[in-house]
Design a protein around this ligand. Structure first.
Ligand SMILES: C[S@@+](CC[C@H](N)C(=O)[O-])C[C@H]1O[C@@H](n2cnc3c(N)ncnc32)[C@H](O)[C@@H]1O
Length: 369
């Protein structure tokens, strides 16, 4: 099977596959170790795809060289944090597009037929599903698939569970322990049931079950997250206590505790890979607030886990959040704050450094008014 390049009518050698939704290049030229970074940068910048035929390590080096060239044009901080964030997002999207034009051909069995290439079969099958013919993929995305697979195999340590969770490709990973600790330490309301909305790896559902809640129903919009959460539940021996379902946000019925850790930044995800981080217009946050009262048992509580990074970036105000809580007929009965311990907060080269350094993550306790 082949995909036709609309501009030149020359067929691509295989269907284009980009997990982050990058469009197929307008034109594709063969490339190998003789290609200089400056030429590659010019071609990729013009929209030409480079189909790598050379050495695998050479392709990685070229990718790094392209990154350095593109990063020389990174935007300077703007007058406001919101404008800096907007420019940063736009630059990252441009960077992803240009870097995404260095492509490799995945064979029908998910192997990469390049010198010194690693075995890509298990990682690609985990991310893309069983082999279904050849595909052209951006090298950068393939490296992401390989990295994610290593991470999945190794697992992320979660101190609150005294265990590791194994994030699947494209699933929000609990690398920041501070919000998990909030859920692990907050006094529980009376009752035996809980919902975990937007469960991701299932980490918070597992924490709640480990804390003694008898029945937890965990939901997620993403099929990858649901598969991952089921995997977590089985690995931790919690299958009799946790049910994973979706794609709807709320399961039917009511619970004594409803926990929700929505994506923390209002904004359009560039692809499903960003669904754990960006929430367009705060849709999930608002849906959680709007549906909470009718899904709580009497004396039940909602726990909203939210960082104030969006506030520091000028994307949402504290007043917006309080108004949304009030409009949903809820009141705040308590709030526990913690400071994230993530490395990027201390990286002055990160254009969002100031906002990250000031970030506070909170668990908001909510009840119907
Ligand atoms: C910030 S992540 C939190 C994941 C997990 N609860 C944790 O704390 O590690 C947000 C999750 O919400 C999911 N999500 C986003 N929009 C959703 C929606 N409308 N309904 C259900 N889940 C949604 C995403 O797929 C993602 O897994």
């Amino acid at each position: 099977m082949s995909t036709t390049d609309r501009n030149t009518n020359e067929p691509l050698p295989a269907p284009w596959h980009s997990e982050s939704g990058l469009p197929a290049p307008r034109r594709l030229v063969p490339a190998d170790d003789r290609l200089r970074a400056a030429t590659a940068h010019r071609l990729a910048g013009e929209g030409t795809g480079l189909l790598w035929r050379g050495d695998y390590q050479g392709a990685r080096q070229l990718l790094r060289a392209l990154e350095r060239r593109i990063d020389r044009k990174a935007p300077a901080p703007a007058a406001t944090p919101a404008e800096t964030f907007r420019l940063h997002r736009r630059f990252r999207a441009h960077r992803a597009r240009v870097l995404g034009r260095l492509a490799v051909l995945l064979e029908p069995d998910h192997t990469l037929r390049l010198r010194r290439a690693p075995d890509t079969r298990a990682a690609c099958t985990a991310a893309y599903g069983p082999p279904a013919g050849p595909r052209l993929v951006p090298l950068r995305e393939l490296l992401g698939v390989l990295g994610a697979h290593q991470w999945r195999e190794r697992g992320v340590p979660v101190p609150a569970l005294d265990a590791r969770v194994h994030p699947h490709y494209g699933v929000f990973a609990p690398v920041r322990a501070e919000y998990v600790d909030l859920v692990a330490q907050e006094p529980l309301p009376a009752g035996h049931t809980a919902f975990d909305l937007g469960t991701g790896t299932g980490v918070l559902a597992a924490v709640l079950a480990r804390r003694g809640i008898d029945r937890v129903v965990a939901t997620d919009i993403s099929p990858r997250a649901r598969a991952c959460a089921r995997d977590t539940v089985h690995r931790l021996g919690l299958a009799s206590r946790i049910t994973v379902t979706g794609p709807g946000l709320f399961p039917p019925g009511r619970a004594a505790l409803v926990v929700c850790n929505p994506p923390w930044l209002p904004g359009r995800p560039a692809s499903t890979l960003e669904q754990g981080v960006y929430d367009p217009g705060g849709r999930m946050l608002h849906a959680f607030l709007a549906g909470l009262a009718e899904h709580l048992e009497p004396a039940g509580e909602g726990w909203l886990i939210l960082s104030d990074l969006a506030e520091h970036l000028g994307l949402r105000t504290r007043a917006d959040l309080l108004t949304a809580i009030d409009t949903a007929g809820l009141r705040v009965t308590g709030r526990t704050d913690t400071r994230p311990r993530h490395p990027r907060a201390a990286d002055p080269a990160d254009p969002l450094h100031t906002a990250r350094a000031a970030e506070v993550t909170s668990l908001w306790r909510l009840t119907p008014r």
